[in-house]
Ligand binder design. Structure first.
Ligand code: SIN
Ligand code: MN
Length: 234
């Protein structure tokens, strides 16, 4: 097994033959309850995660472009692990009833541990039971929205959403509790982790664009992958 990727590793998780070491860097508080962990993941760990996401997204239960409630298609390819998010009904379910009725893939233990470790680095606790992987190509984006399909208890407890960015830089929009509140535009770069919980849990957010050709060459990734870890219930 590979040794630690950087010092001091907060957590050492194996994925395939590699080691998903993550390093705690200074969390920057963007707003109460919202933290940016810049370059949190080492390049080696990013590579492992990118490879794993690619394999999953092109595997037996593949990623797809969800059609949402209003009838429009999302501008990402999505794959859920642990629980499936149904984009037509805005709720979680065990099978992909809005697409192909297949059972959702399980959340691997090391994904769960990674989500937990990221939250802990921002001073929050989370025991995720689901992860949504989104792939953004050069025209990928996501409109302003709140993440509010987890249980009322989970949201009220302020359990955070942990977001890991890989590949091309995203222009990430982080707003307030109302859609019309002012938004801050932030660059989320490869390896960055953004955690929003507590009083920030229901803040509006979205991705206005990805910046092409900004991905580290070592990832051999054109476009952007984003993983969000959530805990459905307490
Ligand atoms: C999301 O809001 O679910 C994804 C955000 C991102 O891609 O950074
Ligand atoms: Mn979201």
């Amino acid at each position: 097994m590979a040794g630690p990727l950087a010092l001091p590793p907060l957590v050492s998780i194996t994925a395939g033959s590699g080691n998903l070491g993550v390093v705690p860097l200074n969390p920057r508080e963007i707003a109460p309850g919202a933290f940016l962990l810049s370059r949190y993941m080492t390049l080696a760990a990013q590579r492992l995660l990118v490879d794993e996401c690619r394999t999953l997204m092109d595997g037996e239960v593949p990623a797809y472009v969800p059609v949402v409630r209003g009838g429009g298609s999302m501008h990402v390819r999505m794959l859920c692990l642990g629980r499936h998010w149904n984009g037509k009904l805005y709720r979680y379910e065990p099978t992909r009833s809005d697409f192909d009725d297949r059972p959702v893939l399980p959340l691997p233990n090391h994904f769960r541990a990674l989500g937990r470790a990221c939250a802990a680095s921002a001073g929050m606790s989370l025991d995720p039971d689901l992860c949504i992987i989104n792939y953004y190509d050069a025209s990928g984006r996501m409109g302003l929205h709140q993440d509010k399909d987890e249980t009322a208890r989970s949201i009220a407890a302020g359990l955070p959403v942990v977001s890991i960015s890989l590949g091309d830089t995203a222009r990430f929009l982080f707003g307030g509790m109302k859609r019309r509140d002012p938004v801050e535009s932030m660059a989320l770069e490869s390896g960055d982790v953004f955690v929003f919980g507590g009083p920030a849990r229901l803040r509006y957010h979205g991705v206005s664009r990805v910046v092409p050709a900004t991905s580290p060459a070592e990832l051999a990734l054109s476009g952007r992958l984003n993983l969000t870890f959530r805990q459905y219930d307490l």
